[in-house]
Design a protein around this ligand. Structure first.
Ligand code: 5AD
Ligand code: SF4
Length: 479
């Protein structure tokens, strides 16, 4: 499908004189859709633009530069972008009347997938930049001064990881006690429903020491928990200091040595890449939190094969048993798709049966959405919307019940909670359990950043309420 073709960048790049960064502060507004990687990328774009004189604003109206960081994974994402761009065009015109210039950038996976089409449909857009090229934003902005419609959606030979700016001290402070860190990007799995291999490209892992340096900087700014993110993060195979390659388990063990880091999580994983070393790490590495997001998508072998997931339901169930044997208190989360082409009531029943067998603590579920350019979109036996929705609601009813029951079972248990922020009411503080549940309790704000022992008293929906236990180390010593 042509939307996925790699368009070349418009306009010449090389040989241009490099103007010095502007001194006057300009305002940047970034709006992100979709996954955590987009949230992380948005921070990186702000980091790259800060030395160019751009300061972030929360007010769209005062922005000299607006970046829409888009998502393409499911339905109507593209249409949402164009409707948003229509509004931005009006804003740009209004600001122009007041003598102020506004540049509009479309970034993210819609930018990658739609490319030039975006300029055709919305003339107010100045720059379209794919996820592999954010480090080039300053240069693209300079080009946009003299040429219209600057497009950059190539997959460069060198890794974008080599170029992205390190977070500055003020940026680090904004990240609080828990931060996301991209360690891997792209995917080679080609599940037949998924756009990621086309929009994010081939799998690439960031070298270990670069990640460790970023995590050390974050820890110095008060971060205690890092979530390692990647489209297929457990396929991680990054270079070590001595030129060897290590798996995700090697990376987590390295990051656990960073002073101040107490908790490590990772997302999102493919069951096929859950190797023995990673399962063992869940047993042996105390920093690795006992919560695992491991998308299964379907419980039917026929549908799993049609999705090109490369495992059977029995493989998934055996894997879960192995993981639970290594770490008995691990909580599991998953992604599900209802109404994939050809899914019969029997296939769907197999998914419900798998859910009953595994018992998930959390889950994300979606109606199948035909994505242009993916093989499944071409299949003849598409399922009517009403059926997809009816199955989704049935599936979610079971998953909701499991989640609530998981949360209710916490009452009476003693959990370690990482305190993140003030609570909902005065005198309260809030944090996260090892299982990623929000926990509220009475306590003073100087506990933010501490890992405290809490007795859970009750639960309400997703939230837990607890009582701070005074008799455990008040402050976990920083290693
Ligand atoms: N339709 C519905 N859900 C999808 N996902 C990815 N592509 C599609 C699609 N075309 C879901 C999968 C994946 C999650 C990130 O989004 O469940 O794991
Ligand atoms: Fe998409 Fe995940 Fe499959 Fe990769 S493994 S193609 S990101 S669903």
């Amino acid at each position: 499908m042509s939307g996925f073709d790699q368009a070349r960048s418009a306009g010449a790049v090389s040989g241009e004189p490099e103007p010095s960064p502007a001194k006057s502060p300009r305002r940047l507004f970034v709006k992100s859709y979709g996954c955590q990687m987009n949230v992380y990328d948005a921070r990186k774009m702000a980091d790259v633009l800060a030395p160019e004189g751009y300061a972030e604003t929360a007010l769209l109206e005062e922005a000299d530069l607006v970046i829409l960081n888009t998502c393409h994974i499911r339905e109507r994402a593209t249409e949402k972008v164009f409707s948003e761009l229509g509004k931005l065009r009006a804003l740009k015109a209004a600001r122009a009347e007041a003598g102020r210039e506004t540049k509009i950038v479309v970034a993210g996976c819609v930018a990658q997938a739609e490319g030039e089409e975006i300029f055709r449909r919305q003339k107010a857009v100045d720059i379209v930049v794919g996820p592999q090229n954010y480090h080039r934003l300053p240069e693209l902005l300079r080009r946009a001064k003299t040429s219209r419609a600057v497009l950059e959606t190539e997959f460069p030979a060198e890794s974008k990881f080599d170029h992205l700016a390190a977070p500055g001290p003020s940026e680090i402070r904004k990240r609080g006690v828990s931060a996301f860190v991209t360690v891997q990007e792209g995917c080679d799995k080609f599940c037949t429903f998924c756009v990621v291999p086309y929009t994010r490209g081939a799998e690439a892992s960031r070298p270990v020491e670069g990640i460790a340096a970023e995590v050390a900087m974050l820890a110095a700014g008060g971060v205690r928990e890092v979530t390692l993110i990647g489209q297929n993060v457990n396929a991680y195979h990054g270079e070590t200091r001595d030129g060897a390659t290590t798996s995700l388990a090697g990376l987590t063990s390295r990051l656990a040595q960073v002073s101040g880091i107490a908790r490590i999580r990772y997302t999102t994983s493919h069951p096929g890449d859950m190797d023995a070393s990673l399962i063992k790490a869940h047993r042996d590495q105390p920093c690795l939190m006992p919560f695992l997001h491991l998308p299964v998508q379907s419980g039917s072998d026929k549908i799993l094969a049609a999705m090109n997931r490369r495992y059977k339901r029995s493989d998934y169930l055996a894997l879960i048993a192995e993981i639970r044997a290594a770490r008995p208190d691990i909580a599991l989360s998953s992604d599900f798709i209802t109404g994939f082409p050809g899914e019969t009531e029997e296939d769907f029943g197999a998914t419900l049966d798998l859910i009953e067998k595994v018992e998930f603590a959390n889950a994300f579920s979606f109606k199948y959405s035909a994505r242009p350019g993916t093989p499944a979109a071409e299949l003849q036996n598409q399922i009517p919307e009403a059926v997809k929705l009816e199955r989704l609601l049935r599936l979610q009813a079971i998953l909701d019940r499991q989640r609530l029951s998981f949360n209710r079972k916490m009452a009476g248990r003693k959990l370690d909670v990482l305190i993140e922020k003030p609570g909902r009411h005065a005198g309260q503080i809030a944090g996260k359990s090892p299982y990623l549940q929000p926990v509220q309790m009475e306590g003073s704000l100087d506990r933010i950043g501490d890992i405290v022992r809490v007795e859970i008293v009750s639960s309400c929906g997703n939230s837990l309420f607890g009582r701070l236990l005074p008799d455990r180390p008040a402050r976990e010593a920083l290693r």
